[in-house]
Structure formats: C-alpha cells, structure tokens
Design a protein around this ligand. Structure first.
Ligand code: UD1
Length: 419
C-alpha cells in the first residue's frame, strides 16, 4: 500500500485549480440511469469513487465512453438494463446506494446491496427507505440486500424527512422526477451539490422547484438528451484554504464560485487569514499567528461542513490559545485525533466535542489514515510538523482528492510517494 513521505515544515505558495466535485458527480452519475437518451457529464474528478460509480453503471448495462483525460463521460443506457447492485461494488463506497432511487423509479425493481458500516458512524439508510416506501416502493431486507419493487410508477406525495440528510434528499429527487403526480419534500438538505443535481435534471426536462428546505417535483414521462458540467469541489477548495491559513501560505485558488464556501471563508478570516475573492478565484494569505475559535460546530449547509472538521482541527492545534469543535453530523468522526496526538496535538474528546489546547509543536511521526477527510488532515498536519512524517493508506485520499500529490508539490509541499 502506498504511503506519503512529507518533510515539514513546508512553505506554500502558488496557484491551485479546483477539480470537479466528487459529491456532486456521484448522484449525477446515478441519475443518468433515468435516461433513455445519451447523457454527457463533464468535469468529473479523476478519483477512485468516480471509477467505482462508473463501474457500477457499467455493471447495470450502461455504455460509458470516457474522454482521453477521463473527465468527460458519455453515458448510453441499454433498453434492458440490469437492476442488481452487488455488494462487491457497494461496499467500497456508500454513495453507491444512490442507484436505488433511479432503478426503482425507472425499472420498478432493484436488488441493491446495503452499504454496511463506516468508520465515521453507523450511517443507516432508513430515511431513504421509509421515504421511498411512502411513494409506493415495497421492500424487504434479505442477505444484506434491499429487495425492492413497485407496481408501475412511484406516486407523488408529501414527505417530511425526520432529519436533514444529503443522501436521502438526492435519492428522493432522483426517484420522483419520473413519478406520477406531485411530490413535496420537506426538511431537505440544500447542499450546493443537491442544487447541481437539480440543475442537471431540470436541464433534461425535469420539473423541480425549490423554496428554502422544501422541494416540489412534478413528475414527467421522460428526460431529454443533455450535457452537464459538474460544479467545483467545495471541500477540496476549503482544504486548500485551510492549508494556506495553516502554513502562512500565499495561494490563488481558482475554478470555483467563492460564494459556495462563504461560511468557511468568514471563519478563516476570523482566524486571521487575509482573503479576497474575484469571479472564480480566491486569494488567501495565512497569518503569522492563528487565532483560536471557541465553539466551531459542524452543521448542514450553509454551516461548517463536517467534511472540513478534521482539517479545521489541525488548524486549531496550531492556533494560539484554546478552542473547541463540536461534530454534530456524524457520531464517530474523530478518528484523526489519536493520530494528531502522535504528532504532539493536545486534544481532549468529550462525547461529540473536541477541546483543543493550541500552540502545539508538531514533531514528524508515522501516521495512519482512517477515512478520506481524516487522511487529508494528516497530510496538512505533516506539512507543518518539524521533520519527516509518513502518512499510510493514501488510498483513502485517492478516493476523493484528484491529483493531490502533484497539486501539493506544485505549491511547495515536500511530498513523495513511497510504493
Ligand atoms: C453526504 C456526503 C458526505 C458528507 C455528508 C454530510 C456524499 C457522497 N457524501 O453523505 O461526504 O459528510 O453528506 O454532509 O455526498 N442518516 C440517518 N439515516 C439515513 C440517512 C442519514 O440516520 O437514512 C444520518 C447519518 O448517519 C448522519 C446524518 O444523518 O448522521 C447525515 O447524513 P447524510 O447527510 O445522509 O450524509 P451522506 O449523504 O451519507
């Protein structure tokens, strides 16, 4: 398994171009199952999770023609598609569950593997299943699979999600565009990735309207041939903004609408970063001294994303003073803490809150990645530690960060891959 050797502390300077969003691409690719006509998706990031989703679509019968740079996929579905999403494909990526809604909506049956556990928490799919049931999907769980069917088209209804869920909102949007009648979804997630999915589907003839956290869908009979460019990855952009703030860096981050990370930008300004935005660019300079922030709390969009929690924890370890971070989305998302402690971090966890004593001197060490965002946080920590660090299991990073090694090298991070 590959590892990264990072020699810190590193000075970072230069330009970073943000790739297409993994979390927007996954539901958009799943939604292509709803189409009879060809669809072209552009600006896909070249990351492992996208390969997994493309393989899943292929296994269901889609023909996929990739451009040379693998960022554009033309997807053509067969008349008789399969409806079986196997455990071997679903277990490596929870996002695979997003094919359930499109399969049941379009083909009225599906055998989709349950995604299983995950290091950051139990991550059940009960909201997905109970909402689909209300639209007319019958299902049972057998041998780890969701065996689902519906008698004809799903029927529109008013559904209120018990809790805000990104995946459940996407699942239901996809399941209802071809349903009969009107669906009103209440208490929806409103992440920009969901708005990107909406734009894609509406461009193809769907009738989806938003008002705050309520989404109204009028079912249509079919979707038209279309092409869509996936939005930029706001978590990747946020990660580079944290990197610049952490390492007294001077970065120009381009290819992203800065408005979608406004909350993150405001937080980093409070910490001391100097930030300017222009069109699709962010200019960011890290401060000499990082200010601590009490009570950072992860929240659904437009709050601080849980996918940036680990990176912000590294930042707070280097702030001058005491701070705290509350993780309010996932129950077990502090796997990176023990690794950061091995570098010298002083963090005390009480339930879902981390109390951080700042001004830590990090000394390089061998570290182990546990999940996608935790692993990038370890890379950031190694970047500001004194001496050599080795970050193991970099395949976690490759699930969601395109070309991370070269992007970091280009801005001055002394990083080398060990095979
Ligand atoms: C998506 C993102 C992930 C991000 C998360 C929160 C993708 C592919 N993944 O994950 O990167 O960290 O949003 O922003 O886009 N829950 C239930 N039952 C359900 C569904 C969710 O209890 O049926 C709980 C989850 O365990 C979690 C919370 O609701 O505690 C929010 O999860 P959700 O928003 O659904 O996250 P994902 O869509 O899995």
């Amino acid at each position: 398994m590959d590892k990264f050797l990072i020699n810190g502390p590193c000075k970072i300077k230069g330009k970073v171009s943000i790739s297409g969003s993994k979390n927007a691409s996954l539901p958009i690719l799943a939604a292509t199952l709803l189409f009879d006509k060809p669809v072209t998706i552009k600006n896909l990031p070249r990351v492992r999770d996208i390969d997994t989703m493309l393989n899943l679509l292929k296994s269901l019968g889609s023909k996929i023609i990739l451009s040379k740079d693998r960022k554009t996929a033309k997807i053509i579905n067969k008349k008789n598609m399969k409806t079986f999403a196997s455990y071997s494909l679903v277990k490596t990526m929870r996002g695979s569950i997003l094919v359930l809604g499109p399969l049941i909506s379009k083909f009225h049956k599906s055998k989709t593997s349950l995604p299983g556990g995950c290091l950051i928490g139990a991550r059940p799919v009960n909201y997905h299943l109970s909402a689909l049931k209300q639209l007319g999907m019958e299902y049972k769980i057998k041998d780890g699979y969701i065996l689902a069917k519906s008698s004809g088209r799903l029927k529109g209804k008013t559904i209120k999600f018990p809790k805000i869920s990104v995946g459940a909102t996407e699942q239901l949007l996809m399941a209802t565009v071809l349903s009969s009648g009107k669906t009103v979804l209440k208490n929806c997630a409103i992440e920009p990735e969901i708005k990107d999915l909406t734009q894609f589907l509406n461009k193809a003839g769907a009738n989806i309207k938003w008002s705050g956290r309520t989404c109204t869908i009028l079912g249509v009979n079919s979707l038209n041939q279309t092409s869509h460019t996936v939005m930029a990855d706001r978590i990747e952009a946020g990660t580079f903004c944290v990197a610049a703030t952490l390492a007294k860096g001077n970065l120009q981050i381009k290819n992203l609408d800065p408005k979608i990370i406004n909350t993150e930008i405001e937080l980093l300004k409070k910490v001391g970063a100097k930030i300017q935005t222009l069109d699709d660019k962010i200019f960011i300079k890290g401060p000499d001294k990082i200010k601590p922030i009490k009570n950072i709390k992860t929240k659904e969009f437009p709050g601080i994303p849980t996918d940036l929690q680990a990176q912000l924890m590294v930042l707070m370890c280097k702030s001058i003073g005491k701070s705290s971070i509350t993780e309010s989305i996932f129950e077990n998302r502090f796997m990176h803490v023990a690794e950061l402690q091995r570098l010298g971090a002083k963090i005390n966890i009480q339930n879902n809150k981390a109390f951080i004593e700042g001004n830590n001197k990090f000394i390089g060490a061998e570290l182990m990645s546990s999940d996608l965002r935790a692993s990038v946080a370890l890379v950031l920590a190694a970047m500001v530690a004194n001496g050599k660090s080795i970050v193991g299991r970099v395949y976690h990073l490759e699930r969601g960060y395109e070309d991370i090694e070269n992007k970091l090298k280009k801005i001055g991070v002394k990083i080398k891959r060990l095979k």
